[in-house]
Every structure is written in C-alpha cells, then in structure tokens.
Design a protein around this ligand. Structure first.
Ligand code: ATP
Ligand code: MG
Ligand code: MG
Length: 606
C-alpha cells in the first residue's frame, strides 16, 4: 500500500511478512483449542489483528481510531481482524452494548467476516468462551511452579508489593508446593472460599523494577452471574491474564493496544512464553505493540464518563449529537468516510498528544463538500417585504427561481423555488447601523461622521437585486419586518443581471413556499479544550448552551417530492450556514428536523 503514509506498525507488519515470522507458526495446544476458530485451523501466513472492546458502553471516537487502525491494517495487508468481546468481567456487560458495537464496526465500513481465500471466516469471538482453557492454563502454571494461591489480605498484598525503587516482600504463601496450590485453587473454583479470601498469583519476581511483574494476581473469587457462562464460575480471570490468552488462542499476530499497557507487555510475554513451554499455545506467540490513544479536545473519551453524562441526563442519550460516541457522531451527520479520513490523518504515534477537535470537523467538511446537495435555509427568520413588488412584478405574482443542486455537478440538476413580495431572511442579515465591513442589508442612515449613506444594494441569491429602505419595529424596538425595493431587470441568469454591482449576497426563502423545519444548532459540549484540565470535575466545564433549537424555514425542494427531498440521515449544505443532516430519529416527511453537523468555516471561538 504505497499510497498510505507509513508508520511504525506498518513497518513491523511488513518486516514480519517479509521474514515469514508467523508463516512458520506451529500449533502446540490441543486441536480443540484451535477450533475456537470459525475456520478450524487459521491460515498462519496471514496478519491477524483484533479489536477487543469490553461491552460495557457505546464506542466513542477513540475506539473508532482503533477500529480503523486494526481493520484497516488487516485490509491493507491481506489479513483479517477479529471482533472480540472482552467479556471476562462479569456484571458489566449488556447485549444492548454488544449490538451497538457490531453496528458501529459495520457502519464504519468494516467486517469481521472474511473470505479472501475462499473459506469464510466469521471472526466474531467472546472472551468468556475461553474460560475453560484459561482455567486449564492456570492449573498448568500451578503444576509447573509458576503460580500460587495467596491468602494474604488485600491490604497485606498491597503493602508487600512494595513501591517504585523499593522491592516487595514475598508472601508467606509463596512457597506452597504445587500440590497444595492445586488443591487450594480447586477449592477456590468449587466455591469453598469466600469472595476475596484468596487469589491466584503468577510467581515471577517480587523485586522486579516493574511492579506489574511482582507476582500479579491472575484469578480472583467473585460470586457473580455472567451473561454467557451463567453461574458456572465463581472465580474469574484478571484482564491482564485473560487478554494474552485470548490473543494466543485466536492466533493473533500483532496485538495493538494503547500506551497505558506498555508496562504490561513483560507480563504478556512472560505468560505466553510459559504457556508455549507447556505446549498449550501456538508459537511464535502474538506480540503486543502500543500506540498513543486518541485525546480529542472538547470531548471525553471514556465510556465510564460518557455513561455518567447519559445517566445524569446531561445529554439526551448515547446518540445525542453532541456525544463523541460513534452513534452520536452518526446522528450529528458524520459519515464513515469522514471518520476514516480522520483516523488516517491523525496517524499512529508512540507519544501522547491532543488532537484538536477542528481536525475532525475539517474531515467532515472535506468529505461532504463534494457530494452534499445545496439548499437555502433561514435559521432565525425575519420577514423582508419588497414594497414595490406589485408595481414592478404585478400584485400576487410569483417569479420562478432555480439553483444548481451542486455547483460542481451540473448533471445533478436544479432546485426550483419561487420569489414573491415577501421572503424570509436571517435576522442577522439586517443592521440598522452597520459595523464597518457589513455588506448585507442596512437602511439609508448617517454614519459616525454624519455623512448620508444610501440603503445597501444586495442580491437575493438566485433572485433579484434589492435596495434596503428601512424596517418596522414593534413597541419594544424589535425588528419585525425589513423593507426593500426590487431593482427591475436584475434577476440572476437574465441579461441585465449584472447591471447593478452589489457587495453582498444573502440567502432567503419565499414566504409562499417556505417549509418550516426544526433546526438544532450544536456547540461543543465542553467549554474547555481539556474538560478535565487541572484535575477539575468535567461537569464544571459542561457548556450549558450547547444546544439551541430554532424554528427555521427551508426551501421547498427539501420537502416531499422536491428535487432534494430530505430523508432521515441525508446531508445538505445549507448555503452560508454549514452542513446539516436530517435527524435519523426525529425527522419525518411532514415534520423536518435538521441537525447542524459542522459550520462552513472553522469559526469556533471567533
Ligand atoms: P474506555 O475507558 O472508554 O472504556 P477502554 O480502553 O477501556 O475505553 P475497551 O472497550 O476496553 O475500552 O477498548 C477497546 C479497544 O479500543 C482497546 O483496544 C483500546 O486500546 C481501544 N481504545 C479505547 N480508547 C481509545 C482511545 N481513546 N484511542 C485509541 N484507542 C482506544
Ligand atoms: Mg476497558
Ligand atoms: Mg478504560
């Protein structure tokens, strides 16, 4: 894949492929264990990666990076990527999350099913299916003198673990014989000990400079119902023990994880080396490689914290368009192409950094610009009356206007709408006393140096040139109507159109054919780039004004039967405003609802 920028993971994979590192892999375990594979014996020559989420919440943009990375590398190197539910932790899982994770992976454009070599592999796994093997592996470690049952209290264990620069102290249970350990471990399994009364620990090195190597716990007693294995087990493997075994059984080649697991790598290798010695797994065993997790400004990337926002009703569910979840981004108008482009653009590195949210937004703009149909919309409407319409055009007359669906794709055709005596314009397009550089609507007035300034001439986009004459206010001084004169023979696309030069062009929708629509304008969910910067509670930085709901008017071509009829999930560029999506949930033919996906320019904070 020459066109893709290289990175350290690509280099590792290319080297392993060139050297045939895994092509020579031999299965050491019992055939029953290899049969965890949908295809029985997997093709050893293939790159085999995995995406292993814990099904305890909805996936977020950080997971999207990991999905694009793992599935993308598998695709680029003719390999496969497994989707594995890491459900070794009882209590937390939910089928709602399992389904949403599958949806997210497929929506992003990837699949765990793979049939590159004729045989279809359905590489969908759940880690809890390996509990029997994990238990057998634990008995093997005990037998071989590599694990022991420790019955110190949790406090004693913590104190005896020592600290950085201070070696730990051996547990008094560390010198038990394999036979004693095995008997005790079976008692743990058989429910003869209370929760927390004992743990199985790997026997490695209590003086290791790496605290993770100081006899880490690998099994604990926990009387909890498991969604897959029910009440079969009252002991459960620890994540650090389970994960390398899951990788090994699935014959993963490159196990890619985030940097916080770097200190776990020695244990990963220690464990798999021991199991390989015992002939329990294939060799060479998988290797772990770490990359920097995605930190994105103005959002949180932690399922637990996102769950808190949902549970405390700070947002309207996991798919709230302000959420950095994949379902939230999707409802916001993000496309798989935009997220894939983002993942590629940020790349993979080995050092932690923050990616600016505008990078993600830029990817959305870039991918929508070439395809999204254009439409006019007035988000904060005020009426504009063309006071000379009846004389110039005739009382009650409407004039036909048209615009390209996409300015660079004439083949897509045109949108049609009408202009009449009254049109809706955006309130912000009129200023009684215009600031410098304001080229939209303003009436005749005296400027700061008491010079008489004429009313502005602007073009109603795709329509006529008008000259502003004034406005009508209500008793509170609020503008309820803007007034202007139509300049005859200036209509867009007609011979005299350019006879009057204008500095401003504004968008509008005819009062007679406007379609009312709910428009939801979103701002960032947090006011600070790093919502937890300085160690504060992220709730203190929640942006209270992150949602504004407008009753807008949109052009009739978006309505049923129109040239660009809006259906749920369709994206549009509302000219001068930004990209909008018809809400996946609430949009209906007779009740249009549009969400702001992203503005036209990066204007945040300006
Ligand atoms: P969370 O803390 O949000 O629950 P997690 O890492 O515990 O995240 P898992 O479901 O265990 O979530 O993660 C599945 C995969 O997604 C892991 O391999 C992990 O490395 C990756 N991942 C999670 N968060 C990020 C992130 N911010 N950037 C890149 N990859 C991530
Ligand atoms: Mg996790
Ligand atoms: Mg986590």
């Amino acid at each position: 894949e020459a066109h893709k920028p290289s990175n350290f993971l690509r280099q590792i994979i290319e080297k392993d492929l060139a050297e045939g590192t895994y092509a020579a892999r031999r299965w050491g375990g019992s055939p029953g264990d290899a049969a965890h594979h949908a295809s029985g014996q997997p093709d050893p020559a293939k790159v085999r990666l995995r995406f292993p989420p814990e099904p305890n919440g909805y996936l977020h943009v950080g997971h999207a990076k990991s999905i694009c990375l793992n599935f993308g590398l598998a695709r680029d190197y003719g390999g496969v990527c497994h989707l594995r539910f890491d459900d070794t932790n009882p209590e937390k899982e939910d089928t709602e999350y399992v389904d949403s994770i599958k949806d997210a992976v497929q929506w992003l454009g990837f699949d765990w099913k793979n049939n590159t070599s004729g045989a279809v592999e359905t590489n969908l796994y759940q880690a809890s299916d390996y509990f029997d093997f994990m238990y057998r592996a634990a008995e093997y470690l005990i037998d071989a003198g590599h694990a022991y049952v420790d019955e110190q209290s949790a406090d004693e264990m913590r104190i005896n673990r020592g600290d950085f620069g201070k070696p730990g102290t051996d547990s008094p249970f560390r010198s038990r014989t394999p036979a004693e350990n095995l008997a005790r471990f079976r008692e743990m399994r058989d429910g003869q000990l209370l929760d927390g009364a004992a743990v199985l620990r790997a026997k490695i090195d209590m003086a290791s400079p790496n605290i993770n190597m100081r006899d880490p716990a690998i099994y604990r007693i926990r009387r909890a119902h498991h969604h897959n294995t029910g009440d079969k087990w009252c002991i459960y493997p620890m994540y650090t023990y389970a994960h390398p075994i899951e990788d090994a059984l699935e014959q993963i080649t490159h196990s890619i994880c985030t940097l916080e697991f770097e200190d776990q790598r020695p244990f990963y290798d220690w464990l798999l080396d021991r199991l390989a010695e015992g002939g329990l797994i294939a060799t060479p065993h998988p290797r772990q490689y770490e990359f920097a997790r995605l930190n994105l400004t103005y959002v949180l990337t932690s399922k637990r914290k996102l769950a808190q926002l949902v549970n405390e009703n700070r947002v309207n569910g996991w798919d709230d368009p302000r959420m950095p979840t994949i379902v939230g981004l999707r409802r916001r108008g993000y496309t798989p192409e935009a997220i894939q482009l983002f993942a590629e653009r940020i790349g993979v590195t080995k050092s932690d950094s923050w990616i600016d949210y505008s990078t993600l937004e830029g990817c959305l703009r870039e991918t929508l610009d070439g395809s999204a149909p254009r439409a006019m919309a007035v988000l904060d409407p005020v009426k504009l009356v063309l006071t000379n319409w009846d004389e110039v055009m005739g009382a009650g007359m409407l004039d036909d206007c048209s615009a390209p669906i996409h300015p660079h794709h004439p083949e897509l055709g045109k949108r049609e709408f009408k202009i009449g005596k009254e049109v809706w314009i955006d309130r912000s397009d009129y200023e009684e006393t215009p600031p410098k550089g304001f080229f939209r609507l303003f009436p005749p007035h005296l400027n700061a140096s008491k010079q008489a300034i004429a009313g502005s001439k602007v073009r109603l986009k795709y329509g006529h040139v008008i000259e502003c004459t004034g406005a009508v206010k209500d008793a509170e001084g609020r503008i309820i109507e803007v007034q202007a004169k139509l300049l005859p023979d200036t209509k867009s696309g007609t011979p005299g159109a350019d006879s009057v030069k204008v500095k401003g062009v504004i968008t509008w929708v005819g009062v007679n054919d406007a379609v009312p629509a709910e428009v939801r304008l979103y701002e960032r969910l947090f006011r600070e780039a790093q919502p937890e910067g300085g160690g504060v509670d992220f709730l203190t930085n929640l942006n209270a004004d992150s949602l504004k709901v407008m009753t807008a008017y949109v052009e009739p071509s978006l309505a049923s039967g129109g040239a660009i009829e809006a259906k749920a999930d369709d994206k549009f560029q509302f000219e001068r405003h930004g990209y909008f999506v018809a809400d996946r949930v609430d949009h209906a033919a007779g009740r249009p609802v549009f969400n702001l996906a992203v503005g036209l320019k990066d204007s945040w904070g300006k």
